[in-house]
Design a protein. Structure first.
Length: 410
């Protein structure tokens, strides 16, 4: 079977890494899988970059309509209007199935999907496929009817950019041979409630990872690698732009940690943050904080997860939450809010703790609950690793996709 994955890039962000991991998993099962990307960062010969002029112009051109909205928020918004050259590239491919992934940042024009002849599988990495341009809806539910008056654009006009994007999707995607794969039940429910996809076939398959790379490492040596203290319990937080992206919940983590520091844990805990550099102006987080910067390789990530006693993922909205699944695979319990996609990744009091959304007091309570009982903590570690092997292993994910592909081809 020949499978072609379309994704904006291969390994430089969460959605790209997720697509690349599936690609690797399929190849390990002897599937002829390839990736076609705009920006290639790996050395993998089965990842093919498109270096055409249109592809280079796509990212800067795609955002031009946003200049009309001076009051828009800083959240990502993708109109995807600029023409691309991928239809002709796909025609040259022997693909039996096309698997779409994260196709924004000027990568793929909305209308291009109508030019593909193969069955389409679309792995949903966020909400963009069924909105008028936003990647997460925040509190807006316009996507359930038709977008317009978009709060993220700062617009009060029904016929704004979001309505234009939504209408283009509705027109172009009507009647496509398209199957959606949501990474969590929450994301599947959102897609089913959308006006664009309420009649579509939607499957749920969790994101996978290499459980041999993401495995428990010796804690002493893991801490030595990052020059972290051996005599403290370590709380870990990390995400791309995690301290500045409000969706990642740093504004909720801060008061939770400050509360924890005044409840008897001050001398026992320290904080580790990856994905961000130490700010010029110190942030009061209640504990001594170690910034280890951006980690780009699997081994460094596995080591920092193994160095920590508990991982905190306080996201307000998360389609899946790969930092949570990566930590769990390394045997590190996770504390998160009982909301959105993380409900599928973390099992309450089995592999971590799910706090009441979005109560910082309960988030602090969850951290303490994970750490305060050593026997219970060891059970959490064991159950976390077991869940990763059963649900997140690459061969498990790849086998489920192969089964779906075969159904569609039959």
């Amino acid at each position: 079977m020949n499978v072609l994955h379309l994704c904006e890039s291969d390994i430089d962000n969460g959605g790209a890494r997720a697509a690349y991991r599936l690609h690797q998993g399929l190849r390990s099962l002897d599937c002829n899988s390839q990736m076609l990307v705009r920006a290639k960062f790996s050395n993998d010969k089965t990842v093919i970059p498109d270096r055409s002029l249109r592809t280079r112009l796509g990212p800067p051109a795609s955002g031009l309509p946003l200049k009309l909205y001076s009051k828009r928020s800083g959240a990502m918004f993708s109109p995807q209007w600029f023409p691309d050259s991928f239809a002709s590239r796909v025609k040259q491919s022997p693909a039996d199935i096309i698997n779409l992934h994260w196709i924004c940042n000027g990568y793929l024009q909305i209308e291009t999907l109508t030019r593909f002849c193969q069955p389409l599988v679309w792995t949903l990495h966020d909400m963009w496929p069924f909105t008028g341009g936003c990647h997460y809806n925040e509190c807006c539910e316009n996507y359930k009817v038709s977008c317009g008056s978009c709060p993220q654009l700062g617009s009060d006009r029904p016929s704004d950019l979001s309505r234009w994007v939504w209408r283009r999707k509705a027109k172009a995607w009507n009647g496509l041979n398209l199957t959606l794969v949501a990474t969590t039940s929450w994301l599947a429910d959102c897609a089913r409630s959308s006006a664009l996809f309420r009649s579509s076939r939607i499957e749920v398959i969790p994101l996978g990872l290499d459980t041999e790379k993401y495995r428990p490492h010796n804690r002493y040596f893991a801490r030595e690698a990052f020059n972290l203290p051996q005599d403290k319990a370590l709380i870990l937080f990390g995400a791309m732009n995690g301290t500045s992206d409000r969706r990642k919940g740093f504004h909720l983590l801060q008061p939770a940690l400050q509360r924890l520091s005044t409840s008897g844990w001050q001398d026992q805990l320290e904080l580790v943050i990856f994905g961000a550099s130490q700010p010029e102006e110190p942030i009061d987080l209640g504990f001594k904080t170690h910034y280890v910067g951006r980690l780009n390789d699997d081994l460094s990530l596995a080591l920092v997860y193994s160095a920590a006693d508990v991982m905190i993922v306080p996201s307000v909205q998360e389609a899946f939450g790969q930092t949570a699944s990566e930590a769990i695979s390394c045997g590190t319990p996770v504390v998160a809010f009982n909301a959105t996609g993380l409900k599928d990744v973390v099992e309450h009091q089995q592999t971590g703790y799910l706090a009441t959304p979005f109560e910082t007091e309960d988030l602090a309570k969850g951290i303490a609950w994970v750490l305060e009982d050593q026997e219970r903590y060891q059970k959490l570690q064991t159950q976390a690793r077991k869940k990763a092997l059963q649900e997140f292993a690459l061969n498990v994910q790849a086998a489920r996709y192969l089964s779906l592909y075969q159904q569609l081809l039959n």
